[in-house]
Design a protein around this ligand. Structure first.
Ligand SMILES: [Fe+2]
Ligand SMILES: [Fe+2]
Length: 167
């Protein structure tokens, strides 16, 4: 059974981001409902989608004054690395690792979307960033200093910012 459903609580009023998030939720559900024979292929599909998803957010951050090593991008990196480890184990026949990670990805994603992605969406709206053209309509709203945190939610990182996706 899917550990994550698409709900209005996940909508962040940034259509380009919301569309990708809705696809992520649907792909994760397919992974969780997959028979063993399809599991690795669907997991690989989810990884490829997640790489694009995170890469897109990382580019938006870099375009709007986030430092390269900001904590949101770091979290993306860690999660992708863990998912890739799952793919390696899965290819070796250990499907339980993928199933365990898939179950944990649901709650992780809800938290990530409602904290880090929500803060990013708010920041992008504030600076008038158009994700389609890359144009900034309100560049005067950009901070002078590079942003290394996540827009005020890093204080939360002591609890749950690090994904609980044990390999
Ligand atoms: Fe996201
Ligand atoms: Fe994100």
């Amino acid at each position: 059974m899917a550990s994550l459903q698409w709900t209005p609580a996940l909508v962040l009023d940034l259509p380009a981001m919301d569309a990708v998030h809705e696809e992520f939720v649907a792909l994760l559900a397919r992974v969780q409902e997959a028979a063993d024979a399809q599991l690795c292929a669907l997991w690989d599909e989810l990884i490829a989608h997640t790489r694009q998803h995170f890469g897109q957010e990382d580019r938006w951050m870099r375009a709007t004054r986030f430092a390269t090593g900001n904590c949101h991008s770091q979290q993306h990196k860690v999660v992708l690395a863990v998912m890739s480890e799952g793919a390696v184990k899965g290819a070796q026949g250990d499907l339980a690792v993928i199933r365990g990670m898939a179950a944990e990805l649901g709650p992780w994603f809800s938290h990530h979307a409602q904290n880090m992605d929500a803060a990013l969406a708010l920041h992008l709206r504030r600076v008038g960033f158009d994700p389609v053209t890359g144009q900034l309509l309100a560049p005067q709203e950009l901070p002078e200093q590079l942003i290394t945190g996540c827009g005020g939610v890093c204080g939360d990182s002591a609890g749950r910012a690090e994904p609980q996706l044990a390999a």
